[in-house]
Design a protein around this ligand. Structure first.
Ligand code: PEP
Ligand code: MG
Length: 540
C-alpha cells in the first residue's frame, strides 16, 4: 500500500499503464560508419512521420480537423529536405552520430526561430523542438511519452502530468491517475477534479513501485493506492465505490435549491471551469454561477493564440448557458506551472514569483486586448464579470482597468455591443493584496480569494511540492487572518467577496468561511452539492 496526497475523490480499480518520461542521453562518440548512421536517421524520420500520421488521424476523429492540423504541420517539418540535409551534413563532415547531429541541428533551429522578431516564426520554435524530441526518441528507441491506445479501466501512472496531459486523458478509458510529484492544488489535480477522475499525487516513487499490467485500487478520497490487492480487498472497495455513487445520488435533491444558511444568509455556490463545455457539469451539479473560468486553458493544446472570435464564442457560450446567473471570467493567468508551447517565456529561477498572469498581460498588451475585447463583446449575452489575476498592488489593477477602458472605447467606435456596467474585480491571492484589501476595495467591484496561491505565498510553501505539503494548510492562522481581512475589507466598502481557490470546496474549511461572512464559494463541479448541504447546515 502507498499513501500520497488525495487530489480527487472517488474509487477506481484498474490496470496500470506507465507513462514514460523521455530522457535522452546524447552520446558524443564519433562514428566511422557514415552510411549506417544516415540510414538510422532515415528510419527514425520515417517512424516519426508514421506516428504523427496516426496521431493526426485520431485527433481528427476525436477533436476535429482544426486541432489535428498541427500534426500535419509537424509531418511537413520532417519532410523538409533542408532539415534532413543539415543533419546528414553533420554526420558526414563532423562524424557525429545521428543522435548528436540531430540534437545539435534541432537546437540550432530552435535558437534561430526562438529569437526571430516575427511572433509567428518565434512560435514555430516549440514545434521544431517537439518534432526533434520525437525523432531523438525514435533514434534511441526511447518512449515518445504518449499513452495511446489505452484499454478500458486504465490507471495512468507518471512522474508528473502537465495540465494539458491531464486535459487530454480519455475519460472513457482512464479511471484514475497517480503521480510521483504534485500537490492538491497543482493544476493536474484541479483538472482531475473537473474530469471527476480519482487521482493521487505526491506519491514519490509510484512509477517504480508498480509495473505495467499490475492491478491497483485507487482510493482518491484517502490518497491510498493498494497494489495487486486480494479478492476480499477488491470486494471491500467495490462496496465503497457503490456507497460513493449512492451518496452522489442522494445529494442530487439539492440541485435546484438556493443556498441559504440556517441564519438566513444567502450564499452562492458556484463552479470553477477550465473550458466552455465544463459549464454543463456545473449546472448538472447545482452550481449557482461560475465563480472562476480559468481562460488559460483556451490557450493550451494548440499551436497559436486563440483569436478574438474564438474566445468570444467560448465566453458567449458560457454566458448564454448560465442565463442570469453570474459568470466570473478571469483574464489569462499563464506562467507558473501553466506554459504555452507557442509563447516561449524566459527561464526563471522562481516562475511562481516571476513573469506571469497580469504582469505578463500588462507587458504584452496586444495579447491582453484581444481577450478583453472578446470578453466585453460576450458580456452583451449574459451576466459576465471580469476578474484580473495575481494583483499585487493597486497600480496593477488600475493599469489593467485602463486597458479595459481602451477596449471599451474601441468597441464603442466600432458600434459593437457590450455591457457598459459589467463588474470588474480582482483575485486576492498575494498576501499584499489581502493586507491592503480595505484600500483596494474602494476601486474594485468584488474580490475572489485564490487560496491556492495565497497559501503558498503566505507560508512560503510551493503548492506543487509534496515535500512541503505539511506546511500547506488553509487553516493556518496566518492564512485565516488574511482571508478574514479580505472579506472584511470588501464589506467595509459594500463590495462582495468570493473564494475560488480549492479551500472554498474543502469541507474542513467551509464552516469557518461561512462564519467570516464569505458571500460566494466557487469550486470543482463535483464538490458543489456537498458544499451546498454543509453551508445550509451552518447556524450563522
Ligand atoms: C488560486 O490561486 O487560488 C486560484 C484559484 O488560481 P490558480 O489555481 O489558477 O492559480
Ligand atoms: Mg492563482
Amino acid at each position: 500500500m502507498k499513501k500520497g496526497i488525495a487530489a480527487s475523490k472517488g474509487y477506481a480499480i484498474g490496470t496500470i499503464v506507465i507513462k514514460e518520461d523521455t530522457e535522452i542521453i546524447i552520446d558524443t562518440t564519433k562514428i566511422t560508419d557514415v552510411e549506417g548512421e544516415i540510414s538510422n536517421l532515415n528510419v527514425a524520420l520515417e517512424a516519426s512521420k508514421d506516428q504523427l500520421a496516426k496521431i493526426r488521424d485520431k485527433a481528427e476523429k476525436e477533436l476535429g480537423a482544426d486541432k489535428a492540423a498541427v500534426f500535419s504541420s509537424h509531418i511537413m517539418l520532417l519532410d523538409d529536405p533542408e532539415l534532413s540535409s543539415a543533419i546528414i551534413d553533420k554526420i558526414q563532415n563532423d562524424k557525429d552520430n545521428a543522435v548528436k547531429a540531430t540534437s545539435e541541428i534541432i537546437n540550432m533551429y530552435v535558437g534561430i526561430f526562438g529569437s526571430m522578431d516575427d511572433e509567428y516564426m518565434r512560435e514555430r520554435a516549440s514545434d521544431i523542438k517537439d518534432v526533434g524530441n520525437r525523432v531523438l526518441a525514435n533514434l534511441t528507441n526511447s518512449s515518445t511519452g504518449e499513452v495511446d491506445d489505452l484499454a478500458e479501466n486504465s490507471i495512468v501512472v507518471a512522474h508528473d502530468l502537465t495540465p494539458s496531459d491531464t486535459a487530454q486523458l480519455d475519460k472513457s478509458k482512464v479511471v484514475a491517475f497517480l503521480t510521483n510529484i504534485g500537490g492538491r492544488t497543482s493544476h493536474s489535480a484541479i483538472m482531475a477534479r473537473t474530469l471527476e477522475i480519482p487521482a493521487i499525487v505526491g506519491l514519490n516513487d509510484i512509477t517504480t513501485s508498480v509495473t505495467n499490467g499490475d492491478t491497483v485500487i485507487v482510493d482518491g478520497s484517502e490518497g491510498i493506492v493498494i497494489i495487486n490487492p486480494n479478492e476480499a480487498t477488491i470486494e471491500e472497495y467495490k462496496a465503497k465505490q457503490a456507497e460513493f455513487e449512492k451518496e452522489k445520488e442522494r445529494l442530487k435533491s439539492l440541485i435546484n435549491v438556493r443556498t441559504i444558511t440556517k441564519a438566513g444568509k444567502r450564499t452562492e455556490v458556484c463552479g470553477n471551469i477550465g473550458k466552455a463545455e465544463d459549464v454543463n457539469q456545473v449546472l448538472e451539479n447545482g452550481g449557482e454561477g461560475i465563480g472562476l473560468f480559468r481562460t488559460e486553458f483556451l490557450y493550451m493544446d494548440r499551436n497559436e493564440m486563440p483569436t478574438e472570435e474564438e474566445q468570444f464564442n467560448s465566453y458567449k457560450y458560457v454566458a448564454e448557458k448560465m442565463g442570469e446567473k453570474p459568470v466570473v471570467i478571469r483574464t489569462l493567468d499563464i506562467g507558473g506551472d501553466k506554459v504555452l508551447p507557442y509563447l516561449p517565456l524566459p527561464e526563471e529561477m522562481n516562475p511562481f514569483l516571476g513573469y506571469r498572469a497580469i504582469r505578463l498581460c500588462l507587458d504584452k498588451k496586444d495579447i491582453f486586448k484581444i481577450q478583453l475585447r472578446a470578453l466585453l463583446r460576450a458580456s452583451a449575452y449574459g451576466n459576465i464579470k471580469i476578474m484580473f489575476p495575481m494583483i499585487a498592488s493597486l497600480s496593477e489593477f488600475l493599469a489593467a482597468k485602463e486597458v479595459l477602458q481602451e477596449c471599451m472605447e474601441e468597441l464603442r467606435s466600432e458600434g459593437k455591443d457590450f455591457n457598459e456596467n459589467l463588474e470588474v474585480g480582482m483575485m486576492v491571492e498575494i498576501p499584499s493584496a489581502a493586507v491592503c484589501a480595505d484600500e483596494l476595495a474602494k476601486y474594485v467591484d468584488f474580490f475572489s480569494i485564490g487560496t491556492n496561491d495565497l497559501i503558498q505565498y503566505t507560508l512560503a510553501a510551493d503548492r506543487m511540492n509534496e515535500k512541503v505539503s505539511y506546511l500547506y494548510d488553509p487553516m493556518h492562522p496566518a492564512v485565516l487572518r488574511l482571508i478574514k481581512m479580505t472579506i472584511d475589507g470588501a464589506h467595509s466598502q459594500g463590495k462582495w467577496c468570493g473564494m475560488c481557490g480549492e479551500a472554498a470546496g474543502d469541507e474542513t474549511v467551509i464552516p469557518t468561511l461561512v462564519q467570516y461572512g464569505l458571500d460566494e464559494f466557487s469550486m470543482s463541479a463535483s464538490s458543489i452539492l456537498r458544499a451546498k448541504e454543509l453551508i445550509m447546515n451552518q447556524d450563522v
